[in-house]
Write a protein that binds this ligand. Sequence first.
Ligand code: 1DF
Ligand code: MN
Length: 361
Amino acid sequence: MTAHDAPIARGAEDPSLGYLRIATEEAFCPPELARMWRELIAAGGDLDPGFESLVGFYLRSTAERPRYVAERLGDLGALRLADMDATGIDRQVISLTSPGTQIFSDAATAAAVATLANDQLAEACRAHPDRYSGLAAIAPQDPGGAAEEIRRAREELGLCGVILNSHTNGEYFSDEKFWPILEAAEALDMPIYLHPNTPPRAMIGPLLEAGLDGAIYGFGVETGMHLLRIITSGAFDRFERLKLVVGHLGEALPYWLYRLDYMHRATVRAGRYACMKPLERQVSDYLKENVWYTTSGMAWEPVIQFCRQVLGADRVLYAMDYPYECVPAEVRAQDAMALGPAELKAFFQTNAEEVFGLERD
Ligand code: 1DF
Ligand code: MN
């Protein structure tokens, strides 16, 4: 953000706006976790190459953007609120930044980080109930413990969903060993935000070689594939009321709807893969009925309108991706979309309130 940007009035300050702006993919990192990550990198050894590329960059670089990001990730107080005030954000739905707990090979360490992050986030939400909501971190390394943490987050901490930073040491939620987590999320009506991670070791090679492993492209490829794997595994046939939220306007999958349906049908019919089973619905049906889409990092009206058209206006909602992206012009661009007042209110406010149940407590 530059000094000459005039602050944008929040909906709560200027009722003539007609809506509150709720930003739904907003990151934080407890200082304790930043320290653990720093120690992992310092210890060296056989580190995950995506982790080293991404977290190594944010911890070590002296360039302006990574320093801006690193300073803000650790703040759940005055700095964050000032940035929200300057960019017209009424409420952040905050989640543990990627890869969160999911880099740790030891399940107990990962679970301790999730507990710590959730306790800190819940405390910040209690301190600023009109500005913050929070998603629960989990340690997928221990699926039973993660399911119990979702229950604690919902019933004791008042958090409104779950953050999953995509793969866990190269494993995906298409694997039934993780399904106790899906079962708990469905039973407690906690949407799971499937957020990017860098591609795992088996996938990252050609992306990393070209500098494309991170937010520029590798995130989307890895996370879109994760969502597709969850769908084709049949998880939504088992958990029909499970809700996923995905950023970056669906990590490109909306553009593929026709082809995914055609090729999935053809592949199943030909019996090509034992792992690709018939599904109760078309691939695109799950994407229209079980998944919500946020505009994090995709402040571009043509694709926002496309997603609204093919997925439904009640499924597309606003996200900023603070502090990785904090650009007033992007807020203004989304305010200025060719939508009526009720459509803008759904996009910025009520779709988020509904999917995360923000009014329920
Ligand atoms: C970046 C982007 C990093 C996103 C993120 O978390 C992140 C980045 C580590 O630009 O390096 O969540 N993002 O969602 O676009
Ligand atoms: Mn993000």
